[in-house]
Design a protein around this ligand. Structure first.
Ligand code: UDX
Length: 453
């Protein structure tokens, strides 16, 4: 116990599942290596800490939050805010509370050896870490290829690729092959200049850190990792996929709904189910929702579809489905609010994953050998989709602008080609090799453990 106390890591996640989940997986790896873990978390989206009994949680409150007042970012009118504005407000609202919390943590009795903060916090954490004299590393929860595209923003602006012009969408970005203009990691915002500032701040925060921890593996992104290291003088630790290290360390807790889904999957034939999920942030228009619903129904293939409450704009959950739709699909399809995705992807009945290409979903699908149908929405998802289709060759594209029931039906009925299936097996295998005792992720993990201590 005394030894563990001497090795404490303070972590600061961005409060969204796509960022919090990998951070917790990394925390489990560190904990398994003898470190104690303190997680400083915003009051916004504060997690149920009973799921993480081995970690100490500290809450920080938004600076506008009065004693009786809830976090302004949790108010209903915040949900219409665009993501760029939201991130700016997160950074502004939590910078000082974080600073105070870090000071209290580091000034306390137990020695803390390192701060690991999500890269999206950018330079918010830099001054705070310098003030208390703690080493600061960043965790990048997206892939290296997309980070390189973010880092290239100044160049992309100089060369007029950004802002994106509709007339150039299919043009190759010669400085970042195989990306095309439409793959560049942007998002819709009312504040375009703010997007550049937010991204620049993130890249600068990573460059000035004592190292970048990446949820990727070397074989998968070898070339972009090499390019990155040539351009930036910062240590990199591609130790992923995190969840593959951590799944043997702590079993995840299951709830009743997980069992219902597993029972249904158990009744399906091997490789027949299309699993559909667009992650934890993307939302869709009602019109798109209905096209997807009809497309899935018309294929007559079994499907498991995650529709998060609130994911369909202007509705609560499924109420816009036509009367009798659910009865009509019967046992052929399952529509759920959330699933244990790792378990679903590992199930032999799942034959394809229709995804928004968030980095966690991409990595999980690759590691479980499941081919993807790619409908990217924003930011890194577009880059990931291009790599899935053109570089790793483990999927097909279905652009969001083509979300039409006939297109969907046509694509879902099309067999994934043998080449795609072979590539999936190849990458699954390579991920396992990287994780093996002498594999690159294991070696980088050893280096990382020595570096943080
Ligand atoms: C966000 C961004 O959108 C994404 O582009 C970025 O790479 C990471 O942050 P998100 O949209 O939530 O993430 O997608 P993704 O990265 O795929 O993460 C979703 C996570 O939630 C995955 O780990 C997935 O396994 C999990 N999940 C999702 C579930 O466990 N159950 C579900 O029903 C849906």
């Amino acid at each position: 116990m005394e030894e563990r106390k001497e090795k404490r890591i303070i972590m600061f996640p961005l409060p969204f599942p796509g960022h919090f989940n990998p951070l917790v997986q990394l925390a489990r790896i560190f904990h398994h290596r003898g470190f104690s873990i303190t997680i400083i978390h915003t009051s916004f989206n504060f997690p149920d800490t009973t799921h993480y009994p081995n970690f100490t949680f500290r809450t920080i409150h938004h600076h506008n939050e009065g004693e009786e007042e809830e976090d302004p970012l949790s108010k209903p009118d915040a949900s219409g805010m665009d993501l760029v504005t939201f991130i700016r407000q997160l950074r502004e609202g939590y910078a000082n509370p974080f600073r105070e919390s870090l000071k209290a943590e580091v000034g306390g009795g137990e020695r803390a050896c390192c701060l690991v903060s999500d890269v999206v916090w950018g330079r918010t954490t830099e001054v705070a870490a310098e003030e208390v004299g703690i080493r600061r590393m960043v965790l990048t929860t997206s892939g290296v290829a997309s980070f390189c595209a973010f880092a290239a923003y100044p160049l992309l602006r100089d060369k007029h690729y950004l802002p994106i012009q509709d007339s150039r969408l299919d043009e190759l970005v010669t400085e970042l092959p195989p990306l095309r203009v439409k793959d560049l990691p942007v998002m819709e915002t009312n504040e375009p200049e703010e997007l550049y500032r937010v991204v620049n701040n993130m890249v600068e925060g990573a460059k000035s850190s004592s190292g970048i921890i990446w949820n990727t593996f070397e074989d998968l992104e070898r070339i972009v990792l090499m390019n990155f290291s040539t351009e930036f003088q910062v240590l990199v630790f591609p130790v992923g996929p995190f969840y593959k290290h951590s799944e043997n360390i702590l079993p995840t807790t299951k709830n009743k709904e997980d069992h219902v889904t597993t029972d249904w999957l158990n009744k399906q034939d091997p490789r027949t189910v299309v699993y559909v999920s667009f992650g934890s942030l993307a939302d869709i228009e009602e019109k798109e929702f209905l096209e997807i619903a009809w497309g899935l129904r018309n294929t007559k293939q079994p499907f498991l579809w995650v529709v998060r409450p609130g994911m369909v704009q202007g509705t609560e959950w499924l109420e816009s489905l036509p009367c009798g739709f659910l009865e009509n699909i019967g046992q052929k399809g399952q529509i759920v609010k959330w699933v244990n995705q790792l378990e679903v992807l590992a199930h032999p009945a799942v034959g394809a994953f229709w995804t928004h290409c968030g980095w966690n979903s991409t990595l999980e699908s690759i590691c479980e050998g499941v081919p993807m149908i790619c409908t990217p929405f924003f930011t890194d998802q577009r880059v990931n989709a291009r790599y899935i289709v053109d570089v790793w060759q483990v999927g097909m594209i279905l652009e969001r602008s083509k979300l039409d029931r006939k297109e969907i039906e046509k694509l879902l009925r099309k067999e994934m080609g043998e080449e795609i299936r072979e590539s999936c097996l190849k990458w699954k295998d390579r991920a396992n090799v990287c994780l093996s005792k002498d594999g690159s992720s294991s070696k980088y993990l050893e280096k990382l453990v020595s570096h943080v201590f």
